[in-house]
Design a protein around this ligand. Structure first.
Ligand SMILES: [Zn+2]
Length: 172
């Protein structure tokens, strides 16, 4: 089944990128701050959250994982519960029951799976507020393309032409 997972691929194409989710972890929508801009300082409107570590990533991709919808929803519910960590277990149980009963969980699951189903496996995606779209991963930004094929003569000068994103990447 096609799902959305975190990826470092495409990081650095936007200046305000970040990714604190391990490669391949399932992602979901976190909580958005009120009045936050897509490119605001918080970053919640341009990122999704790792289901396990609940941290943000501005890049994620479509992966085909051996998961059933049921197992996926279980992960989502576990993630929701994790987000409430610190509250008494009774309250977490009550809130978890609520999102199950009122269809919130089902809705979120469908929303995420629908997005994943729309793109080929491997497509790197980004979030811009309410929209999730393919990220234009330029060839120069692909890590494996960083090794120059041509002889290195004058390499430092000619590579000055690369996009700011790929230059950033090579600085790391
Ligand atoms: Zn925020």
């Amino acid at each position: 089944m096609k799902v959305l997972v975190a990826t470092k691929k495409g990081q650095g194409i936007r200046d305000n990128d970040f990714s604190f989710v391990p490669e391949g972890d399932l992602v979901r929508h976190g909580f958005d701050c009120d009045g936050e801009e897509v490119d605001g300082s918080c970053g919640c409107r341009r990122s999704l959250s790792g289901m396990r570590n609940l941290k943000g990533t501005t890049t994620f991709k479509v992966a085909d994982l051996p998961l059933t919808v049921e197992a996926y929803q279980k992960e989502l519910l576990a993630s929701f519960r994790r987000g409430l960590q610190g509250l008494p277990k009774k309250e977490i149980d009550k809130a978890a029951k609520e999102v199950l009963d009122d269809g919130t969980l089902q809705h979120e699951s469908e929303r995420l799976l629908k997005i994943a189903a729309r793109f080929p496996v491997g497509t790197v995606l980004e979030r811009r507020g309410n929209f999730i779209q393919p990220r234009a991963v330029s060839r120069s930004a692909q890590p494996k393309r960083l090794a120059p094929k041509a002889p290195r003569a004058k390499a430092t000068r000619s590579t000055k032409r690369r996009s700011p994103a790929s230059q950033l990447r090579s600085l790391r």
